[in-house]
Write a protein that binds this ligand. Sequence first.
Ligand SMILES: [Zn+2]
Length: 403
Amino acid sequence: MASASQTKLLTDLLNIESVKVTKYQNIAGIGLILHLESLTEEAFCDRCGNQSPKIHQNHRYLVKDLPISGQPVYLEVNRRQFKCENCKKPFSEELEFVRKRRKYTTRLATEIIRQVLADDLKTVAENNDVSSEEIETMLADRAKELRKKKPLGLRKLGIDEIALVKGQGNYCAVLVDLEQGKVIDILSERSQEKIMEVMIYWGLEVLDKIEYVSIDLWKPYKSLVEKLMPNATVVADRFHVMKQINEELDQQRKTTKRAAQKEKSKKKKEKILSVLSKSKYALLKNECNLNEKQKEKLEQVKEVCPVLGKMQELKEKFREIFEQEQNGLSGLLKISDWLKEAVTYYRESKKTIVRWLGEIISYFDERITNGVVEGINNKLKLIKRSAYGFRNFDNFRIRVLLS
Ligand SMILES: [Zn+2]
């Protein structure tokens, strides 16, 4: 029989508020078994919410808990059944530290999930003496909880996408709290309906407080924001604008190369081709980040292919506008000038910029971008690589949200 001071010590060690330890056993080869009793005398009916003090029957069983000094620990819990005086039916009480129908405590699950984020599932299962299936259940439980969570206090939202499997056009949408640089959610596909579903769940308490939404240049996102977040200003993500300009510049580089192939003068043809060889990054990279060799390459391209030179210059000019302008009006004036100058060089980008002008100008108010998504994307790549033992998108998502 354990003394009162022993059980008091074990209760303190256990550190679970609503229970006390009444006795313990130490069984060789199994571990420490702590017998628990609830400190509360009543429970709330899960049907009607009525508080009931009338115990119908006791239900004792073992659950696994965190180890103590390397020893496995099991808790013998008593999940009592109460009789509701209102419904006249029995109900089983909620225990805050162990979910119904689970054979492990919530804090053990939390610890195991933490380990799974850093290691593969099989190893964690072995180290903790639980089955892979149990870990999958822990993850599924946590996924359900995460889905219920709402991003209260969200002011600046970023909607972006990342390729799940590169080159397969398999995109998933990422919702980011731009102020905190944190992923709010990651959705298995990039569709308006899917995102809408999540946001409708957030409800007006969240949606009404969103002030800015940064999006890539995709119309459905814009109409989504207009529909659901009437107080939000849509901002076109500057990196996506630059991406479009860069793509058009690269297209021109390829066109120039193809044209040179057909050049009749052999000398001229060889000159253009040699100058254009390995010129991609000299043209596309931010000029301030070019190394000496790339700078030299850029000078040669400018001399031999003046159209590409002009386009590179215009690209840099647009980037400077993003860097330097401090308000919407000066941004607008600079962009108007740019459009006049770029009209014959950047036909496609011009159309896009004109179509998104309002949203591009909005950037200058708060200077929000989805730049943080780039960093998140790199982290996701690491997760994808190490996510063996993760069978489906849900598990990948939990890993993203918890890491
Ligand atoms: Zn009831």
